[in-house]
Design a protein around this ligand. Structure first.
Ligand SMILES: [Zn+2]
Length: 198
């Protein structure tokens, strides 16, 4: 079993546990495009902003991130895919090719998330929180409990009822009581974040 790495401050037991399942071949070829609601803003976070990228994915933002990419490739990807670049590099932020680039100034995750959300002016959708694969950014979809039998540890199968799978990499996610903890952490991270049911 392979556990993913987790956002700073959240232990595996505090969060959804994912594992590399016995990936089904047909899942690997499913386009990573979902017809479901998404935010208008899409991002490409530069190499220094891995934790921010992960939390944007938790919020449900389509956020590309590579831990190794050169500036030219990042610029090209942003233009090609209509993504807002997120960077702490002033020199990169000055590149004129960008349609939109946000120079992240804050040092803490809380400051950085707030900067992004102030920039987009999006209201955060509870529906979109935890709707993306934290590893590869593709949408995840609910799947039948029966379909994961044998792919997840027996104790998980016995104790959990709700399972989702990444449409791209096949990782299986399940939620325990962790969703509410994530929402609480988000409220602490972003002052004034409205996560009330719409
Ligand atoms: Zn994935």
């Amino acid at each position: 079993m392979r556990m993913s790495s987790w956002p700073a401050g959240i232990s595996v037991s505090d969060f959804w546990v994912s594992l590399l399942s016995l990936t089904r071949p047909n899942m690997m070829n499913t386009p990573s495009v979902s017809s479901e609601e998404t935010y208008e803003s899409r991002f490409f976070a530069d190499v220094m902003l891995g934790t921010l990228a992960r939390w944007l994915r938790i919020l449900g933002y389509d956020t590309s991130y590579k831990n190794s990419i050169d500036d030219d490739e990042l610029v090209r990807s942003c233009i090609r895919e209509g993504r807002i670049a997120l960077t702490r590099d002033r020199r990169l932020a000055k590149r004129r090719e960008f349609e939109q680039c946000l120079l992240i100034q804050g040092n803490t995750l809380s400051e950085q998330l707030t900067e992004v959300l102030d920039f987009t002016k999006d209201s955060i959708s509870r529906e979109l929180i935890l709707s993306r694969c934290l590893e590869c950014n593709a949408p995840i979809e609910r799947i039948q409990k029966e379909s994961v039998k044998g792919d997840v540890p027996l104790y998980v199968y016995r104790t959990q009822d709700s399972f989702s799978q990444c449409l791209n990499c096949g990782r299986i996610y399940w939620a325990g009581t962790h969703r509410e903890r994530i929402l609480k952490r988000l409220k602490r991270l972003v002052t004034g974040l409205d996560l009330s049911e719409s």
